[in-house]
Design a protein around this ligand. Structure first.
Ligand SMILES: [Zn+2]
Ligand SMILES: [Zn+2]
Length: 159
C-alpha cells in the first residue's frame, strides 16, 4: 500500500469517541480500558497518559503490527498439534499402566499373601490422590477451550 492510500485510509477512520476526528494513534497495552484507536482530542485528554511512552504508537504503524501479529496463531496451532499428539501418547501409556496395575485385582483380593495385601492397600490409598490429580489436569485442559471461547469468540463479528 502506498503512502497516499494509507493516509487516505487513516483520514476515513474516525475516532469512536470523537466521530469528527480522524484517528492518529493506537494503544497496544493489553489491559487498557480506553478506546484503543484514537484521535488527537483523546490524546489531549490524556486518556493513555499512564502508559503513553511504552504502548502508544502512530496509526501508520498499525497495519504492520497487525500483519506481524497475525502470523503468530499458525505457530500456536503447530504447538497445539504437537501437544495433542504427546497427550494422546501419554494417555495411552497411562491407561495401559492403570489396567496392568489394577485390572482383575478385585478377584484376587481374597487370595493375596499378607505382603501383597499390604501393597494393595498402599496402592489403592494412593489411587485416590492420583485420581484427583488427574481430574484437576483434565479440568485444566477443558478450561483452555472455555478461555479461548471467552476471549476470541465474543469478537467473532469483527473479523
Ligand atoms: Zn478521540
Ligand atoms: Zn492505552
Amino acid at each position: 500500500m502506498n503512502q497516499d492510500s494509507q493516509f487516505q485510509q487513516s483520514q476515513d477512520f474516525k475516532c469512536k469517541d470523537h466521530p469528527e476526528k480522524p484517528v492518529q494513534f493506537w494503544c497496544k497495552l493489553n489491559n487498557c480500558n480506553e478506546n484503543r484507536i484514537f484521535c488527537l482530542n483523546c490524546q489531549k485528554q490524556n486518556k493513555h497518559v499512564q502508559h503513553y511512552d511504552e504502548d502508544v504508537l502512530s496509526i501508520h504503524e498499525l497495519h504492520q503490527f497487525l500483519i506481524e501479529k497475525s502470523k503468530l496463531p499458525k505457530g500456536l496451532i503447530s504447538e497445539c498439534q504437537i501437544s495433542f499428539q504427546s497427550t494422546i501418547k501419554s494417555y495411552e501409556k497411562l491407561m495401559s499402566g492403570l489396567s496392568h496395575k489394577f485390572c482383575g485385582l478385585e478377584e484376587k483380593i481374597t487370595k493375596l499373601k499378607p505382603y501383597q495385601t499390604q501393597q494393595a492397600l498402599d496402592s489403592l490409598i494412593s489411587f485416590d490422590e492420583f485420581k484427583n490429580h488427574l481430574n484437576t489436569n483434565i479440568l485444566g485442559l477443558l478450561q483452555n477451550q472455555k478461555r479461548f471461547q471467552m476471549i476470541f469468540l465474543l469478537n467473532q463479528n469483527y473479523i
